[in-house]
Design a protein around this ligand. Structure first.
Ligand SMILES: [Zn+2]
Length: 248
């Protein structure tokens, strides 16, 4: 009895968002039964809704590292009115799957925490980023949002921040962002509406880049068709980094 209890205690990682763990063979983790909502993977593959039975699930790459980043509670940089939510078993599995299909360049070792909050203020926003923290709201797990695109959009903002000034400038030029001489650091979108991944990308070069990089990673043919110069820029400047960037 005691030895069994000891085994159960040992397999629960400290501070884990997971609950009611059971012992699994090495390389697998315990997943409680849950209802999985239908969703689409990053490349658009549809996954139908299902009642998933409790089971031992094979660990995705760097499982222990990433599961330790899924935090309870709320970060201080979000408004108090945004309330924390518990990580449901379904959501933990979905986020781990997304991280598994996200290239290392986007998910570097410096990421500190991924929080789970209920609704954003203002509403309708699926995620937020600040430095090395990421927040996922309820909307990130519901249509029309694609969780892979939502999370990788936030991670792509961090990639833009790390570009050299020369690379940022060449991206803005190729993507037709015109400098507004009256307002500091303000740029005006000059492509036609259908040459943006979505309307949000027209807000700033940063939003445009985050959508374009996410598209380049998961649906490159769509990006190439939408606006070939951006596809070519990504291939030249980001392609080599995708092959050897990051460490997780
Ligand atoms: Zn954004």
């Amino acid at each position: 009895m005691w030895s069994r209890l000891l085994v159960l205690l040992l397999v629960v990682p400290a501070g884990s968002v997971l609950s009611a763990q059971k012992a699994c063979p090495p390389g697998e983790h315990w997943v409680n039964a849950y209802h999985r909502r239908a969703y689409s993977r990053g490349d658009g593959t549809f996954v139908s809704a299902a009642d998933v039975k409790a089971h031992c699930h094979g660990n995705p790459a760097n499982y222990h590292f990433w599961v330790s980043k899924l935090k309870s509670g709320r970060p201080l940089w979000r408004p108090d009115a945004e309330k924390a939510s518990d990580w449901a078993a379904e959501e933990v599995e979905r986020v781990l799957e997304v991280l598994d299909e996200t290239p290392n360049l986007l998910k570097d070792n410096n990421i500190k925490a991924i929080y789970r909050l209920k609704e954003s203020i203002p509403p309708g926003n699926p995620a937020s980023t600040n430095l090395n923290d990421i927040v996922l709201y309820d909307d990130a797990f519901e249509p029309p949002f694609n969780l892979t695109h939502v999370l990788d959009h936030e991670l792509s903002h961090r990639v833009f921040e790390k570009l050299s000034d020369g690379e940022k400038g060449s991206f803005r030029r190729i993507a037709k962002w015109k400098k507004d001489s009256r307002v500091k650091d303000h740029f005006t979108p000059k492509r036609s509406d259908k040459e943006y991944v979505r309307p949000n990308a027209m807000l700033s070069p940063e939003e445009d880049f985050a959508d374009d990089l996410t598209e380049y990673v998961h649906q490159p043919a769509k990006l190439e068709k939408m606006y070939p110069p951006i596809f070519d820029w990504m291939k030249k400047h980001i392609g080599p980094k995708l092959k050897n960037g990051g460490s997780q």
